[in-house]
Design a protein around this ligand. Structure first.
Ligand code: ADP
Length: 464
């Protein structure tokens, strides 16, 4: 029996070896309302500051994050299995962009003046109150960073509930910000879906969530009775269209990189590839050649491009989808050898169709499914035959034609001859069941604030 006041620990396991990496104290469900109450108390003085003042308080955290980037990256790599250079790159990306991000958020939330003949109105971006930020494990530094920073600068206090798979690195990240923040402004909450759900049901005003479509639907239902604001960045089933005039080397390189990066555990992974029938054979050959060059193994080893899946449950889901597709007539064109532990060898599937689960449900694993098309209309129809609508890509040498095809794809973000992420300042946005609210860029940042309109009679300009 546990002693009455012992604290239960949430242990993180290294998915490459199964060894424990460390642990954090599990947040008891019954403690959550009190933590939210403390966050509400802290919000009064935090919310009374200006956006610029809050940004100034956070600004020194950039250098601290930079100084700790290697350590945080190494921890993230061990905790969830992405290759070490990618994990360190993620930490550096957050640190290097920190100051610019703060400035961007302050600018996005500054007052806007609207005038007509009668009135002068000031649009203010006020705090919403207390924000629950619930984040996934696949980008365990970037996801908390992108959720927490705009929420804080907007004047909200935040309870950060990171994925139960990556509590350690989130704890370190929150610790760095908390070196500079007043108490109660940023509170980490550790646990799984039960702690997440308790937070959504508690007295919070905004829920910012990145994760699966299924969990997003549950959060929306739980937030509904209280009409709480929600920002949901959900999964995808991103298509890649390879048109007849595409640079096949570039398209194959992109397909391999974007299907297998982070072992396919990226919400904008390429999961469905549609190739013009006239170039299908050449494209596939190039993809197979490039896939054979990938090195899979322990993410800490130099040269490893693909680590393990995050856990056994994720591996079982991916393997089941592949086996189901093969039973239904799909053919393994490359890879897919059985691997031990949480590893899944990258696999290219052909002879797939939309009756298969693997073409309908998010896979979130290192699987590339390649199907041919006869006409662009058919390719667009196939690309849009999904409830998801996060990212997409179109490859074609005639970029004007490729851009026209891109505009016909029902996805929030479409890249021509490249990935779907937009230029600096563009929002990260999904369509259909991939998103309900969005983030980043001025449009995204403003969702963390309550717009208020304060109007007064316009003072007539004095004559002469
Ligand atoms: P995965 O299971 O692949 O990690 P989820 O979308 O279930 O993806 O998890 C993303 C985040 O949502 C995690 O932090 C998880 O603990 C949390 N979560 C899971 N279920 C719920 C829920 N019902 N309410 C709130 N948060 C949840």
């Amino acid at each position: 029996m546990r002693p009455p006041h012992s604290v239960q620990q949430l242990v993180s396991l290294d998915p490459a070896t199964g060894e424990p990496v460390g642990s954090v104290p599990l947040t008891p469900i019954e403690a959550i309302p009190r933590l939210v109450f403390q966050a509400r108390e802290a919000q009064r003085s935090w919310g009374a500051l200006t956006h610029a003042q809050r940004a100034e308080i956070l600004r020194p955290a950039a250098a601290r994050l930079k100084a700790e980037a290697k350590r945080l990256g190494a921890l993230a790599s061990r905790e969830m299995g992405k290759p070490l250079p990618e994990a360190i790159g993620e930490a550096n990306h957050c640190a290097d962009g920190f100051t610019g991000e703060l400035d961007g958020i302050v600018a996005a939330l500054s007052d806007v003046v609207r005038e007509d003949g009668r009135l002068t109105s000031v649009l203010r971006h006020a705090p919403l109150g207390v924000c629950a930020a619930i984040t996934p494990w696949n980008f365990p530094i970037l996801m908390p960073h992108q959720s927490v920073l705009p929420a804080l600068v907007a004047g909200n206090t935040v309870l950060l509930k990171p994925s139960e798979e990556t509590s350690l690195v989130a704890c370190e990240y929150a610790g760095i910000l908390n070196e500079f923040l007043p108490p109660g402004v940023l509170t980490p909450v550790f646990g799984d879906g039960a702690q997440g759900r308790a937070l959504v049901l508690a007295d919070v005003n905004l829920v910012v969530f990145t994760g699966s479509r299924e969990t997003g639907k549950k959060i929306l239902a739980d937030a509904g009775p209280g009409l709480k604001r929600v920002i949901l960045e959900l999964g995808g089933k991103d298509p890649l269209l390879v048109l007849d005039d595409a640079d096949l080397d570039a398209a194959a390189a992109f397909a391999v990189r974007n299907s297998f990066r982070n072992a396919g555990q990226v919400c904008v992974s390429t999961e469905r590839i549609y190739v013009d029938a006239r170039i299908h054979g050449d494209f596939l050959r190039k993809m197979i050649e490039r896939t054979a060059l990938l090195k899979q193994g322990n993410p800490a080893e130099p040269g490893v491009g693909i680590g393990p899946m995050v856990n056994a449950r994720q591996k079982a889901k991916v393997v089941a989808q592949v086996e189901d597709a093969v039973r239904a007539g799909a053919r393994v064109a490359a890879g897919g050898e059985p691997r031990g532990g949480n590893f899944v060898a990258p696999v290219i599937l052909v002879d797939v169709n939309h009756t298969m689960e693997i073409m309908r449900e998010e896979t979130f694993g290192p699987v590339a499914c390649v199907q041919s098309f006869a006409t662009i209309d058919e390719a667009v129809r196939l690309a849009n035959d999904t409830p998801f609508g996060l990212g997409a890509a179109v490859f074609g040498a005639d970029t004007a034609r490729a851009a026209e095809v891109a505009a016909r794809i029902e996805a929030g973000m479409v890249g021509v001859n490249g990935g779907c992420g937009g230029a600096n300042g563009s929002p990260w946005v999904g369509m259909k069941e991939s998103g309900y609210g969005f983030h980043s860029g001025p449009e995204g940042h403003r969702q963390f604030a309550q717009v208020r309109v304060i109007s007064r009679p316009r003072v007539a300009a004095s004559a002469g």
